[in-house]
Design a protein around this ligand. Structure first.
Ligand code: NAP
Length: 686
């Protein structure tokens, strides 16, 4: 089977012989790969002129809806992905990480897009910045989609997840993707892309696929395109130095090698739950995906006092791992992805063995289940041990991308920190301890060298997602050797594909651009109380100014008795005066908010369905008995919630006293019915 390239809206096979891709299990040909004949200028032009405009017409919420629909669609096709996945050497558990893990990333980004981003195409970064005395000139950071293409170059180890974890934030950002999977496992990516295209869920041009070399693609890039690379440090450095990438300042994110460390705390001696957890975690990280995980534990940092016990326990655990045909239910670990990879890992282990002793594994001849060692690229889990490694030791710089890890020992926490830092930047690190003082010291010493850290103990073990699992909610990437990049991390990952711009102008102009009302913009008289208006009828800036109400000492005492809040500052004049903030008894902050609601709420049945919270509440000025308060409520932001029949309306609330001083500021969050919903409810009622 010849893999297809999906370019400019059509499937196109390469016009050369192509390269044969073989099963990791038995060496049988699976497909050939070839991209010769692809017109890369056309590919990039299609992304820019078709994919980009199609995506940018959709709001973040609409893009999120597509991601959800796509995830649901892919779930229906899981079976064929799992079947093909075994050829890559993946066991069912490995495929679950790759396939289900990838699909769940689509779900998470869909949800993040719909919940944490506006139903719009502009994303506001933070609040407005006051830049002038009279408020006529303000600043606002905004993110807009780059009108280019995102080039995704992926590693061989996760042909599905690797594509989807980049694709989800890219599409949410409104940017079309050109995906280039690693050749050796590209057949699985290609199958998934075929299904995605067949689904018709993504707009035309949103996704293109290159199976094979990328030809002169880089020659066509501009500053509006971007490259997200996963693979080896050597390739990343080579691509990042491409003259076009340099001259056009093409944004380049790299996720590369990592000598991730896991540190066993001094408290976690044999017999503690943490010691057992450590053994389990290291064994799982060494053997899941046959150790071909960029986040796998390569360096096991443990107190020298327990190293003999640890060698014994890990050797026992690794001895229980059944290696063989990943399609077999009895098998825990499959082969490496290719013979090339097998040769590569063998060579790296030989390098490591110059400086560390092999204490388990390292054999060419070992038991296999249902598999032929000559045909498949199997590798025995191999554990090395190095007492007090030197700073320049290979154990800190040689990555054997397979089921290989080295125990390094320490006597003091400072030594443990130094060993972890010698990895010179990692994607993931972990600390296994039940002593939070140790955890803090190790985190402060090593966090700057890591993109993500797991602190594991008996209390979170049952629910922990583990050392090696990147999560769509959390950032993935790390400094130094790990490439210096960052992906995912929820909305952060989306923003990597967008451009942040600082806008300066009048509050009115910036309100109209960002669709969030800024103080100082026009306050419109809606003619009726704004609670009488439906979602569509409401306009940003629609304002209601309340009557004023005087707060009495009786009110304060009544509120205290009613709520049970008898805090001295509200109840005891003398004590209140001793407090540096007050000149006497003051009203409760929550009394102010409650009275404000009483002043601005329009009580009759209407389109406002519910109040679901307040944001950014600040009490800025104490309110004493005898003071009066007034509220100004302005419609600040509207977010339609799909076809639910309602939308969120955020109101800017400002409470002032009789001297026009601001007493409190906050956002009131409400759900407001759409015209259609409101009309149907009203008709039912009448
Ligand atoms: P690699 O050789 O660097 O390849 C990575 C990707 O780059 C593949 O898609 C490869 O395509 C492509 N590539 C190579 N040369 C290229 C060129 N001249 N132009 C454009 N693309 C090019 O890495 P690998 O051996 O596949 O992967 C193993 C490495 O990846 C390990 O070191 C591992 O640590 C790292 N990795 C890191 C992460 C992470 O998230 N940080 C995840 C997984 C793996 P071809 O396959 O077609 O050559």
């Amino acid at each position: 089977m010849k893999l297809g390239n999906f370019v400019a809206g059509r499937w196109q096979e390469g016009n050369g012989q192509g390269r044969a891709l073989r099963s990791a299990v038995d060496g049988q040909p699976v497909a050939t790969i070839d991209s010769s004949g692809v017109d890369f200028a056309e590919v990039i032009a299609h992304a820019r002129s078709v994919g980009g405009p199609n995506l940018s017409r959709l709001t973040f919420h609409e893009r999120g809806d597509r991601l959800k629909a796509l995830a649901q669609f892919l779930l229906q096709h899981k079976k064929e992905f799992y079947e093909l996945s075994t050829r890559t050497g993946a066991t069912r558990a490995d495929s679950w990480i790759d396939i289900d893990g990838g699909i769940s990333t689509l779900f998470v980004f869909s949800s993040k897009g719909r919940r944490e981003m506006p139903n719009d195409v502009v994303y506001l970064d933070g609040p407005p910045e006051a830049l002038s005395k009279n408020g006529s000139f303000v600043g606002q950071h905004v993110y807009t989609s780059r009108p280019g293409a995102a080039i995704h170059i992926n590693a061989f180890n996760f042909p599905c997840w690797g594509m989807l974890e980049k694709l989800a934030p890219t599409l949410l950002a409104g940017v079309p993707a050109i995906v280039k999977p690693a050749s050796s496992t590209a057949y699985l990516t290609e199958l998934m892309v075929r299904r995605i295209i067949e689904s018709g869920i993504l707009p035309p041009g949103a996704l293109q696929l290159i199976c094979g070399g990328v030809g002169d693609l880089f020659e066509h890039l501009t500053c509006q395109d971007s490259i997200a690379f996963t693979g080896s440090k050597t390739t990343a450095e080579m691509l990042q130095a491409h003259p076009r990438v340099v001259s056009e300042s093409v944004p380049f994110t790299a996720e590369t090698d990592s000598l991730n460390a896991s540190i066993l705390g001094p408290d976690a001696v044999p017999g503690t739950p943490e010691f057992d957890l450590f053994v389990k975690e290291v064994t799982r990280e060494m053997t899941s995906k046959a150790g071909q995980k960029c986040t796998a534990i390569r360096r096991i940092i443990a107190p020298s006092s327990v190293s003999a016990d640890l060698v014994r326990a890990l050797s026992d655990a690794l001895g229980n791992i059944r290696i063989g045909d990943p399609a077999s239910k009895d098998v825990d670990m499959g082969p490496l992805a290719s013979h090339e990879q097998q040769r590569e890992v063998r060579a790296r282990v030989a390098e490591l063995a110059q400086e560390a002793e092999i204490v388990y594994g390292g054999l060419d001849d070992f038991d296999l289940l249902d598999a032929d060692p000559k045909l498949g690229s199997f590798f025995m889990p191999t554990l090395l041990h190095c007492e007090k490694p030197l700073r320049e030791s290979a154990v800190h710089s040689t990555e054997a991308f397979g089921p290989v890890s080295t125990i390094l020992t320490y006597d003091t926490l400072d030594e443990a920190v130094e060993l972890a830092r010698l990895g010179e930047g990692s994607l993931a690190g972990s600390i296994i301890t039940n002593d939070d003082t140790v955890a803090r010291e190790l985190v402060l010493g090593t966090a700057a060298y890591h993109g993500r850290m797991l602190i594991l103990n008996r209390h979170c073990a049952a629910e922990s997602t583990g050392h090696g699992s990147p999560l769509p909610h959390l950032v993935h990437g790390g400094p130094g050797r790990a490439g210096g990049g960052e992906e995912m991390g929820g909305v952060r990952g989306v923003l990597h594909y967008m451009q942040r711009t600082a806008l300066q102008g009048t509050p009115e102009t910036l309100t109209n651009i960002g669709h969030r009302w800024i103080r100082g913009s026009e306050q419109k008289d809606p003619g009726v109380h704004p609670f009488r208006k439906t979602f569509e009828q409401l306009e940003l800036g629609d304002t209601f100014v309340s009557e004023s109400r005087t707060v009495t000492l009786d009110d304060i005492e009544h509120f205290a008795n009613f709520t049970g809040d008898h805090f001295y500052a509200h109840m005891v004049e003398e004590d209140a005066r001793r407090n540096p903030f007050f000149e006497g008894r003051v009203a409760h902050g929550y009394l102010i908010v409650s009275f404000a609601a009483g002043l601005f709420v329009d009580p009759d049945f209407g389109p406002v369905l519910a109040n679901y919270g307040v944001d950014d509440l600040r009490f800025l000025q104490p309110l004493n008995a005898g003071d009066s308060l007034t509220v100004r409520l302005a419609c600040k932001q509207k977010t339609l919630r799909g076809d639910t029949g309602y939308g969120e309306v955020r109101w800017d609330a400002e409470v002032t006293n009789q001297d026009d001083e601001i007493v409190a500021q906050y956002d009131v969050l409400t759900m407001v019915a759409t015209n259609e919903h409101w009309n149907s409810v009203r008709n039912e009622t009448t």
